[in-house]
Ligand binder design. Structure first.
Ligand SMILES: N[C@@H](CCC(=O)N[C@@H](CS)C(=O)NCC(=O)O)C(=O)O
Length: 220
């Protein structure tokens, strides 16, 4: 069997939504990895050495013991699942994996991205990261609501986003909703199935907001 290199370090900003997805995935697996906290506000992810190693000024990034870096939250999660198959969060057979990926993508494109666009194109703290287009922020507000309605319809007929059990699609959806607080959009009260599902999952360890950033570690 091919030897899979172990995880070495995970680079995060532990309050940002994409790193939180990976941190929640690890928490569900009960797996710990050394964390390197990068301060996005201070543009630490633009450090030339980091960009050269990670391949892009982006977080999260997973450094493997062989020096290779993986970025893209779902790619990182797929690798974590390969190393730590249980509890399974990405599908046990081809059909289930496809169904989970379908929901995962629907939630990413239908909710997480629109929430991100509203935030990045309207919030003063993002002015240094985006050529802000306020109209684009406004155009995405109704798309956030449409994403929430899609989820509410789904959760009216299934206990979890991808079906009968908790998966990565729930992680993306739950954290996208948590991230909405920065846009001051609240899920409408009448989306009851969504509200019940959100409350039911609120105690999961991976969904607790970090009290303070993980301890700073020196890379290298
Ligand atoms: N598609 C990537 C998106 C990663 C991403 O956008 N991360 C944000 C933080 S949540 C980031 O690195 N932002 C840096 C910047 O905007 O300069 C993933 O799924 O990991």
């Amino acid at each position: 069997m091919t030897h899979l290199p172990a995880m070495h370090r995970l680079y995060v900003t532990s309050t940002a939504p994409n790193p939180r997805r990976v941190l929640a995935f690890l928490a569900e697996k009960g797996v710990e990895v050394e964390l390197v906290e990068l301060d996005m506000g201070r543009r630490e992810h633009y450090d030339p050495e980091y960009v050269a190693r990670a391949g892009a000024p982006v977080i999260p990034a997973l450094e493997l013991e062989n020096g290779e870096f993986l970025t893209e939250s779902v790619a990182i999660c797929r690798y974590v699942e390969a190393l730590h198959p249980e509890p399974n969060l990405m599908g046990r057979d081809g059909l289930e994996a496809a169904r989970i990926e379908m929901w995962q993508r629907r939630v990413e494109f239908g909710l997480l991205l629109p929430v991100g666009f509203v935030f990045r194109h309207s919030h003063p703290s993002m002015a240094g990261f985006e050529n802000q287009v306020p109209e684009w922020a406004e155009a995405n507000r109704p798309r956030v609501l449409a994403g929430l309605e899609m989820l509410d319809r789904r959760l009216s007929s299934a206990p979890f986003v991808a079906g009968e059990r908790f998966t990565i699609a729930d992680i993306t959806a739950w954290l996208a909703i948590d991230f909405m607080r920065v846009t001051r959009i609240a899920p409408p009260e009448e989306l009851e199935a969504l509200r019940r599902w959100h409350a039911r999952l609120a105690d999961r360890p991976g969904f607790q907001r970090p009290a303070r950033p993980a301890r700073k570690q020196t890379a290298g």
